[in-house]
Design a protein. Structure first.
Length: 87
């Protein structure tokens, strides 16, 4: 947080903060931190990763699908589809 106070566009600091917030279950705050330094599709994709790390496969897939609506070229990883039980 201190690094972001100094430089609000510090990509690594924002991503690290978002990961910590997400692992604490503070997903709304994590998304805001990701989106502070990334386009919406990338922020949603990264939030999906956090959900995956927490074992929340349905939420991860939902985030990926939202990201895919923003960026139709984004491919949902097959392992996520399989893990979420949609194959």
């Amino acid at each position: 947080q201190l690094a972001l106070q100094t430089d609000p566009q510090h990509v690594r600091a924002a991503n690290n903060l978002a990961l910590v917030l997400g692992m604490q279950g503070r997903m709304d705050e994590a998304y805001v931190a990701f989106e502070q330094v990334q386009p919406r599709a990338a922020a949603l994709k990264n939030l999906s990763y956090v959900y995956q790390q927490r074992g929340e496969w349905t939420e991860a897939l939902d985030c990926y699908r939202l990201a895919q609506q923003v960026d139709p070229n984004l491919q949902i990883p097959p392992q996520l589809l399989a893990r979420a039980g949609t194959l």
